[in-house]
Design a protein around this ligand. Sequence first.
Ligand SMILES: Nc1ncnc2c1ncn2[C@@H]1O[C@H](COP(=O)(O)OP(=O)(O)OP(=O)(O)O)[C@@H](O)[C@H]1O
Ligand SMILES: Cc1ncc(CO)c(N)n1
Ligand SMILES: [Mg+2]
Length: 486
Amino acid sequence: MSLSLCQNNITKACALRKALPLYAITDRRWLGDKPLAQAVKEALLGGVTMIQLREKNLDTDCFLQEAQRIKALCHAFNVPFIVNDNIGIALACDADGVHIGQQDMAVKEARALLGPNKILGVSAKTTAQALAAENDGADYLGVGAVFPTDSKANASEISHNELQRICAAVSIPVVAIGGINEKNISKLQHSSISGAAVISAIFAAPDIRAAATRLRQRLSALLTKTALTIAGSDASGGAGIQADLKTMLACGVYGMSAITALTAQNTTGVAGVSPSTPDFLSAQLDSIFDDIFPDAVKTGMVFSTPLIAVIAGRLRHYQAKNIVVDPVMIATSGAHLLSTDAITALKEQLFPLATLITPNLKETEALTGLSIANKADMETAARKLQAAYGCNVLCKGGHRPTDADDLLYTADGPLWLPGRRVDNPNTHGTGCTLSAAIAAHLAKGYSLPQAVQAAKDYLTGALTAGLNLGHGAGPLHHGWQLCKFP
Ligand SMILES: Nc1ncnc2c1ncn2[C@@H]1O[C@H](COP(=O)(O)OP(=O)(O)OP(=O)(O)O)[C@@H](O)[C@H]1O
Ligand SMILES: Cc1ncc(CO)c(N)n1
Ligand SMILES: [Mg+2]
């Protein structure tokens, strides 16, 4: 999505996170007689995800001409274009944003000049600087130098512990900068960065395109996040762990699954359910957590009180994080996927562990004993659940008559996420798909509102793609961004 289309901060933040992984900062000193535009094109062909034009010695006219040239190149690759330091040039060429240092213009002043829709990056070396920048309107932070660098004189290094403290302190994405190259980048493996800003490792390379490609591959391994679904198997592939794994892949996250029950199911209904034993579910969970620790977890069909007890026990034991609980009770087809005596266990054992629970309207009524006829009722019920279990609540609006507005209720109160109603009867697995997409984006470090918005955007696309399979309410097109079915 082009950043200029951003409708609101959440959408801009989601677009920015896609742009941060390999952030190339230009430095013409390494180029000899190669034109900067040629070097940038090779970097873009190599897969850089954002470009920052950094010029310290050009006069204004030359700087503006170069900015317009490089911006056109970036937009031809649908890559955001950022100007270093010079807001006048950024505004004059309508760049996608600006990056400023601690010695440059004040962050608040820069934000006022740029307006809300442009990207504002700020350099920071300390947690205090990072928090101040976030508070004053920064969209991302450039933190470093994380290694000795020859790209900026007197650039003092910061420790990787300080880098990690900054990542933990702020909710905006952090890009590491300073001396990063393909030999040392793996040392950033355990940081929570959202990307790396690279200068000489790309622009001083004999083959810029190849250098960018290799760095992108190393960053991909370093930034790859994982998510675990603990849910039922839907033989028809439209819901359950099958929908979850397809969704996680489509959202750029490695998915893993522990199966709570097998269902003989298709688009017309559920013919049978065969639950896992508690011991075997526990063994599945141990085998996953002992090897690839998930950055996020979602639970779907949990079926029974004994299975819920195993799930809650293992999630507590492993101190799992970013837990999304989709309180699956009844399938779209009407089949019961949760024993009626298990609702209490679901509420008392899983909800307190949840970052977010995602009941649909009927589930919200069953969980609260309230009846829901309008948006005010949704807010009342969501508030009741949030107060009772201390978890955030997404009351889904898929069964609302005219729109598909969802309500995110957090300690900050209600946040409505508008949804245009897609005229498509094939809605099998919408809830599974949404909760899996939320977990995937939490795994990638998105804040909760950003993760829910990004997941809703993905879900809406999967519905709009209009897959039409089966004789009943058919499944979604989970791969709609990757491929077109004939
Ligand atoms: N026709 C539609 N158009 C647009 N968005 C929809 C539509 N139907 C559902 N959604 C969206 O899909 C998501 C899931 O909501 P829904 O209420 O369908 O969950 P659910 O009933 O738990 O789904 P499932 O039947 O898979 O369990 C929500 O974000 C909702 O707004
Ligand atoms: C296995 C499974 N989980 C969840 C749902 C909810 O759609 C379903 N239909 N089947
Ligand atoms: Mg559901």
